[in-house]
Ligand binder design. Structure first.
Ligand code: UD2
Ligand code: MN
Length: 481
């Protein structure tokens, strides 16, 4: 491999070569029905998706491509599309929905029409790369109860250029049940150093791009048919699969590009509350147990949709499949999570001297996670930005997986405290002493403090402990159940 690195091959080609060893037995893998649902998709992006599937998948592994048109209005998606499809060198089924049914029901239509042993779902604006399909099917071939997801690269929304994204992320979600990519746990990072081609578990899936054994898809409850138009189905499937005995994995050898659009090219009939938030209310009611109260407490739109939901058939499914609790999921699938729990503090952290509360930074960093210097603001009642969790092993974290972080070694000037992506490293470990009310940085036993300047934008520091009131902190628990 050393020789290759110094030769003319770039990173992409090296990956393709190394990965090809992983799925050399691909002829034994299940054949896939590739299901693509669309509503008013652009011609160029739809064709880019189709041609990349055709050109970059072994033909032995494609049973068929199933296109489900969710009542598009664009003229070129009618006859012109039909005429084009018959010329393609692959078996294609085109299903038309007469009314707009949304992507969840459209995918169900596709799945019902599929005859492949595996189902592979794609959005209609993707580009598959070499090895994408083999790497996904390899996961299913090994364990039928696994949902296999690719690494999702970025197709630029303006230039349509293909941009490779990070491989060191896994999928999860924040307190608002928005899907998010977070940095892999340190344990997974270490494992990757030995073999970066191995699929790794992920707490949640992005939703659009995945492969699943067809029988397993139906056994595990396909989708919630009462979800409308867009959103929430990815978390619903993530919780269901993990809690009911399956797994979600990301296969790093499978890369698929996707256009992340700045705004949606279509309308949400009934508005975002009746679609996305109704769907999320269903997710919470069925899968979150006590944590659904936490979600509804802070999410007004979902709360407003809660009473209208009849989830009895999904609750029956959950019972029939003997699914585990959300607590089990948090403890076992996502131990690094930042949700409240009985064995950790949840609430406000208030400075006694200044009568001000710690707040999550507003600014977003590169990974879309909040980041900035740790600052205080005038305490307000029960706003979510003031809520922090302190775990039993000393991490002070808040929504979107950000942690209170301080330097471990002395430097020039004050030791600034920041709120940045949780890393699991000791520089993010703290100890709270209920008697002295000091919050100490574990490594060097310095105390969280307000700098002498008291200039809020300077943020907090750690300093030698001296018992001043600026170093005293009140941990005020808030009820979340
Ligand atoms: C993400 C997922 C998407 C889906 C969604 C949540 C990725 C890359 N994308 O948002 O697959 O899980 O989260 O629901 O993981 N469509 C219809 N009918 C509709 C609306 C959409 O057929 O009423 C089609 C649409 O043309 C597209 C697919 O469904 O092919 C996904 O929609 P999107 O691309 O707008 O969703 P995206 O990528 O923002
Ligand atoms: Mn999409």
């Amino acid at each position: 491999m050393e020789k290759l690195k110094s030769g003319t091959l770039d990173g992409l080609h090296i990956r393709i070569l190394i990965c090809s060893l992983l799925y050399k037995d691909f002829l034994d893998y299940p054949k896939a029905s590739i299901i693509i649902v669309f509503h008013n998709e652009a011609w160029s992006t739809l064709l880019r998706t189709l041609w990349s599937v055709i050109n970059r998948s072994p033909k032995e592994l494609i049973e068929e491509i199933i296109l489900v048109d969710d009542a598009s209005e664009r003229e070129f998606l009618r006859k012109p599309l039909e005429e084009y499809l018959v010329k393609l060198p692959v078996k294609i089924k085109l299903i038309r929905s007469v009314s707009r049914i949304g992507l969840i029901k459209a995918r169900l239509k596709g799945a019902e029409a599929a005859s492949g042993e595996a189902l592979t779902f794609l959005d209609a604006h993707c580009e598959c790369t070499i090895g994408w399909l083999e790497s996904l099917l390899a996961v299913i071939h090994k364990n039928k109860k696994t949902v296999a997801c690719p690494v999702i690269d970025i197709i630029h929304d303006d230039t349509f250029a293909y941009i490779k994204s990070f491989e060191l992320h896994w999928g999860a979600f924040n307190w608002n049940l928005q899907f998010r990519w977070y940095t892999l746990s340190t344990r997974e990072m270490k494992r990757r150093k030995h073999d970066a081609t191995q699929p790794f578990p992920s707490p949640a899936m992005a939703g659009g791009l995945f492969a699943i054994d067809r029988n397993y898809f139906f056994e595990i409850g396909s989708y919630d048919e009462n979800m409308n138009v867009w959103g929430g189905e990815n978390l619903e499937m993530s919780f269901r699969v993990w809690q009911c005995g399956g797994r979600i994995e990301i296969a790093p050898c499978s890369h698929v590009g996707h256009i992340f659009r700045k705004s949606s090219p279509y309308s949400f009939p009934g508005g975002i509350t009746k679609t996305l938030f109704a769907n999320l209310a269903r997710v919470a009611l069925v899968w979150l147990d006590e944590w659904s109260n936490f979600y509804f407490k802070y999410n007004e739109q979902a709360r407003s949709m809660k009473e209208d939901q009849n989830v009895s058939s999904r609750m029956e499914l959950k019972k029939r499949l003997k699914c585990r609790s959300f607590e089990w999921y948090l403890d076992n699938v996502w131990p690094q999570h930042f949700f409240p729990k009985d064995n950790r503090f949840f609430g406000r952290i208030k400075n006694i001297g200044e009568d001000r509360c710690l707040i999550k930074p507003e600014r977003k960093g590169l990974t879309n996670q909040p980041m900035g210097v740790a600052t205080l603001h005038r305490c307000v009642d029960e706003i979510i930005e003031e809520m922090f969790v302190m775990t039993s092993d000393g991490f002070i974290m808040t929504d979107d997986s950000v942690c209170l972080d301080a330097p471990e070694k002395p430097g020039i000037g004050p030791l600034r405290v920041r709120v940045i992506a949780c890393s699991g490293f000791s520089r993010q470990k703290w100890e709270y002493d209920q008697n002295t009310q000091e919050l100490k940085h574990t490594t060097n036993q310095k105390c969280l403090d307000i700098p002498l300047s008291k200039n809020i934008s300077d943020g907090l520091i750690i300093a030698d402990c001296d018992g001043k009131s600026s170093q005293k902190w009140d941990f005020q628990s808030v009820d979340w159940k």
